[in-house]
Design a protein around this ligand. Structure first.
Ligand SMILES: Nc1ncnc2c1ncn2[C@@H]1O[C@H](COP(=O)(O)OP(=O)(O)OP(=O)(O)O)[C@@H](O)[C@H]1O
Ligand SMILES: [Mg+2]
Length: 350
């Protein structure tokens, strides 16, 4: 079932924390809401669930205006941030909670609880209390509880934030599997973790300061970001302040060949180059600078090089012979691997 924000604005005490959000999640789509703390992600979710009332705008589910409906009549499953399970209830009763609230017949509750626990791999834990479970298992129960109501729309608010990196990547794979089993369920997935968004989402909506900054497929946002904020939030980015020239862009004394996409010569702009697309040594779009920092990361080396007063990061396959601290090195990148952004570094975008 589709989820649509139609110019939704939410304010607390006159403070706008969600500003005219327009966004549509297609039926069966996984949309990640990605953004820094306080950008309005949870608020957007709460507006869909019905826990907060928009000051203006409408929320539509499957084309139906639900703005005035109470939460339990919206057909939504939600996993809240910090997945609050009821500590005094066994796993099975936690999972049954939403069904009881909806006055589902008892016999049906039993079947649905079993099904939801089965899907999340928690069938063997039905009689336990939350305190007898690991963090990852509690997480699964929270998801089972949301699935038990057979929602057409699933809202997940940082569902994996309490887990360590290993468990998180396991749960990510589980969520992807769950979605394959429930292909019609639309998922709105809040995270501030770009890896989660890149891995799981069909599209990513980037939030910043109560506003939607950009929305697109992970690939679009990664390969062709439209603004500096999105570039640095979806993946790592070198953001270089350049001046547009007749044939490309200039950084310090270096003349670079890049697609200026019609920007006027003389204009200030930001050049986005992904660190893993920066090479060491001579090549097209050569930059020279001083090595300020070398980090060995197992399979890669990250070089921090100061170029004309600006930091440039290069992620390189592990170097046999890494340059010394303070050495002068040349870096390069292919013209097609750079994206020119209109906004200046340090301007309104930061
Ligand atoms: N009940 C409330 N009363 C007043 N202000 C609130 C309330 N809930 C949220 N806010 C404010 O609204 C803004 C957006 O909050 P929200 O919870 O949507 O952010 P978020 O993007 O989910 O952040 P995080 O990543 O930290 O969870 C914040 O500045 C927050 O302080
Ligand atoms: Mg939040």
């Amino acid at each position: 079932m589709s989820i649509r924000f139609d110019s939704v604005t939410v304010a607390y005490d006159g403070n706008v924390v969600l500003d005219s959000l327009d966004l549509t999640v297609a039926p069966g789509e996984v949309m990640a809401l990605l953004g820094p703390s306080g950008s309005g992600k949870t608020t957007a979710l709460r507006a869909v669930a019905g826990f907060v009332r928009p000051a203006s705008g409408r929320v539509l589910l499957g084309g139906r205006d639900v703005t005035d409906l109470p939460p339990h009549r919206r057909g939504i499953g939600m996993v809240v941030q910090q997945y609050a399970l009821f500590p005094h209830l066994r796993v099975e009763d936690n999972v049954a909670f939403g069904l009881k609230a909806r006055r589902t017949p008892r016999a049906e509750i039993r079947g649905r609880v079993a099904e939801a626990l089965e899907m999340t791999g928690m069938a063997a834990y039905a009689r336990r209390y939350p305190r007898e479970l690991s963090g990852g298992q509690q997480q699964r129960v929270a998801i089972a509880r949301a699935l038990a109501v057979r929602p057409a729309v699933l809202l997940l608010d940082e569902p994996l934030s309490a887990l360590d990196a290993r468990l998180r990547s396991g749960m990510l794979a589980e969520l992807a599997r769950l979605h394959r089993e429930l292909p019609d369920v639309s998922i709105l997935y809040v995270t501030h973790d770009q890896m989660e968004a890149l891995t799981l989402a069909d599209r990513i909506a980037v939030m910043d300061k109560a506003r939607l900054r950009a929305c697109g497929t992970p690939r679009e946002l990664y390969r062709a970001p439209t603004d500096a904020f999105t570039a640095s939030f979806v993946g790592n980015a070198n953001l270089l302040p350049v001046t547009v020239t007749a044939s490309g862009a200039a950084l310090g004394g270096a003349e670079l060949t890049v697609d200026t996409a019609g920007a006027a010569a003389g204009a200030r702009a930001t050049l986005c180059v992904r660190p893993h697309l920066v090479g060491l040594g001579d090549g097209p779009n050569r930059l020279t600078g001083t090595v300020r920092e070398i980090q060995w990361r197992g399979s890669t080396h990250r070089l921090h090089v100061e170029v004309a007063g600006h930091p440039v990061m290069a992620d390189l396959p592990e170097l046999r012979d890494p340059p010394a601290h303070g050495a002068e090195v040349a870096l390069h990148f292919a013209p097609e691997d750079a994206v020119l952004l209109a906004a200046g570094v340090g301007g309104d975008d930061h």
